[in-house]
Design a protein around this ligand. Sequence first.
Ligand code: BGC
Length: 740
Amino acid sequence: MKFEHHVMSQLTLEEKAALVSGKDSWYTATIDRLGLAPMMMSDGPSGLRKQLGTPDQTDINESIEAVCFPASALTACSFDREQLNQLGHQLGTAATAEKLGVLLGPGINLKRSPLAGRNFEYFSEDPYLVGELAAAYVKGVQAEGVGVSVKHFAANNRENRRFTSSSNVDERTLRELYLATFEKVVKQANPATIMCSYNAINGTLSSQNRRLLTNILRDEWGFKGLVMSDWGAVADHTAAIKAGLDLEMPGKGDQSVDEIVTAVKNGSLAEADLDRAVSRVLKMIQDWQPADSKQANPYDMEAQHEFARKLATNSFVLLKNENAVLPINKGDKLAVIGELAAHPRYQGSGSSHVNAHRLVTPLETINQVRPDATFVAGYSLTADRIDQAAIAEAVDVAKSADKVIIFAGYPERLESEGFDKTSIDLPANQNQLIEAVSQVNQHVVVVLQNGSAVRTPWADHVAGMLETYLAGEAVGEATWDVLSGKVNPSGKLAETFPLRLEDTPSYLTFDADLQDENYREGLFMGYRYYDKKKQPVQFSFGYGLSYTMFKYTGLQLKVTGDHVSGTVKVKNTGSRSGAEVVQVYVGNRTSQIEKPIKTLANFVKVSLVPGEEKTVSFELDQRAFSWYNPRKADWQVDNGQYDVLIGSSSTDIRLSDTVELDWAPEQQIHIDQSTYIGDLMAQAKFAKAVEQVGLTDVFKKLADDHDPAAKMFRNMPLRAATTMGVTPAKIDKLIEIMNG
Ligand code: BGC
């Protein structure tokens, strides 16, 4: 007999009720009588936040020491599945050593607006990229014997009023964007658990959304694991269990038990529904409870620190490098400016916060390798007030330096889980400092530390820009590795940097309404919007420079069976070793629906020494060419032409070709009174049918593309053919013949 069935058969109703709520913030319930020990879970996506001491600790920053890895906003820029898989292994190793059953992450919501407070914890604006990287990460963690909780399911794209706001999204957008990340991870990586989000979707709270938690997640996608709530997301536990939620986190103690027991007794909750949730809790414990859950083991934190450093360097995005200002030369006299060099922003705030094992600041690293570099703070991080004396001091040191590195970024006080931002501007004291310093030195490099896209109004005035996001505890070493050229940057932006907040697709609606978050931009989110709107941006999705150059040639595409396979040659034409992210986009020329110009459909990261050329292969499956048809409640591929575009970024397309697909079954169109005359005329049978009815002359005139009247009539339904003098009887006859 399976463990969960064996235990289930011995449980009292009260014990079952206890099991579907957490014992406290981090543990499942204990049933001493049956020897069922509590299983521990902890955040988070970029390092462990295991909290000891009082179980319901409210100081979220107090947790055991752990290595702080780069935040997902940065790791996504690696466009490297292998690196994300290794990150998963590292986290899994740490979690195993700490005797955790489940790690609460990764967060795989999309970055719909740069204002969303929690963007740093998420990967990208593109669902394909998120799905691929998150699946690799999840496989890595779970291979170490620790389960994950993929969060926050679903459409959790703002923080303000996150417990009650309703994300109102049309079905196609939901499927193609906001659910797609979860679908891929569920199908590819089999996560132990999914965490439902706080928000409602189209009016129904995720925690009690049967369509989401049961119909889509389990019945459609085949999810076999457990669904837990986000912390405090359950408003009505009975309704939640009925809808498909298995575990409420944290529990409310006796109140939770009483609620469920009463509901079963008074018939408002079927015991079978409760049993289903209990059995999933038991199965999770059986599958993921560490063998000996008491004693934590030591593990090699220094090796993890080195990995954190490597992951960061492979993810940083070189945004600008005029006249090869970077890498810094050995003899360059350096001025280092910016409080963030000494007090870096290197991790997120809120539940992903890690008590870092060993933070190395940029200033510490630079002081060690370049003791002659001058440092001034230039601004304060605690307030936005412009300090003219600090700016004057910075200008002074900049004047006598060969190169100036300004550390700038978005202060933590303005960017965190739990609330949204109101601006994407850096504090005025930083912007003014950068402008002033760039007036006296032509070799200014700005190193950015931020959780999400920021506005860079001074971009044209500085020579270099390096985006380091929240780089983890090895921020200092990693930043210097790239500035000094020890590592050639290869990251690409996983989100668009707009010129202005007003240019962003959800600008008109984001956080506008306390209750309703209306996704009126629909599918046109991120680069899908900027592309279609031809809206200029500061830096586009997929963009990132290198210290070397890459040349693309020889795109070959082949349609085989149910997929398209392709190859392209990439050559390193510069003088340094480097890595390039080959991005494959698909453009649908065929379907007559609202659609973006192109969407990311695959990517391959390739490392090349100078002069080396490699052939990169990729495959595109049916989904790459599909759209979600809400009328049929299914994915659909239409027969016809599709563009396959190979880019170094979403706006730097190097090669392209088209493929012709005939995967869909031949479409028999049914003709009736509402069929448009133009559509009717495109049918093979048409000429013969009109001849039989004696209408050849009438319709012949309509073929003339230069005659506006002909165009007007083609754009009418058959029933309106009476306006051309066709009798209703003849229309009926024509319909009969066409359908015959
Ligand atoms: C967050 C989750 C997190 C949980 C436990 C919630 O507030 O939304 O992402 O896992 O707290 O810390």
